[in-house]
Design a protein around this ligand. Structure first.
Ligand SMILES: Cc1cc2nc3c(=O)[nH]c(=O)nc-3n(C[C@H](O)[C@H](O)[C@H](O)COP(=O)(O)OP(=O)(O)OC[C@H]3O[C@@H](n4cnc5c(N)ncnc54)[C@H](O)[C@@H]3O)c2cc1C
Length: 95
């Protein structure tokens, strides 16, 4: 088993990577130059479909469709594992 993984950047990509790796490595360390989840991941509007689907290749469109189908399952898994509901409005935001 890999002992330690260091991830630089605590946005949605780094945090989800850490979350998924945590079961398979002894320790996951997330380093960020500021607070986690405060850069573009904070600004994301929650749109899960491509804005211009006709502009993308079939491979990208297939990935987008897979991701859309997977999103409710991922949200439920995150909520049951962490108590954080990614579909809710974060504290301090109006929505
Ligand atoms: C206004 C806006 C609206 C958006 N709306 C949507 C949407 O509706 N749907 C959608 O799918 N996407 C949307 N996006 C895009 C989406 O938010 C991003 O693609 C996504 O959040 C990127 O995640 P990330 O983890 O790669 O980056 P980030 O969330 O930016 O995280 C990167 C992290 O790395 C850290 N970092 C950077 N450099 C260093 C360093 N040298 N050392 C240590 N740490 C470092 C930063 O502090 C940050 O915390 C939107 C983006 C914006 C700006």
């Amino acid at each position: 088993m890999t002992k330690q993984v260091v991830i630089v950047g605590g946005g949605v990509i780094g945090l989800l990577t850490a979350f998924n790796l945590a079961a398979d490595v002894e320790q996951v360390v997330v380093c960020d130059k500021g607070a986690v989840g405060q850069e573009s991941s904070w600004a994301g509007g929650g749109i899960v479909s491509p804005l211009y689907p006709w502009r993308y290749s079939p491979a990208v469109t297939a990935l987008a469709h897979w991701s859309q189908d997977f999103y409710p399952q991922l949200g439920a898994h995150l909520f049951s594992s962490t108590g954080v509901d990614p579909r809710s409005t974060p504290p301090g935001c109006t929505g």
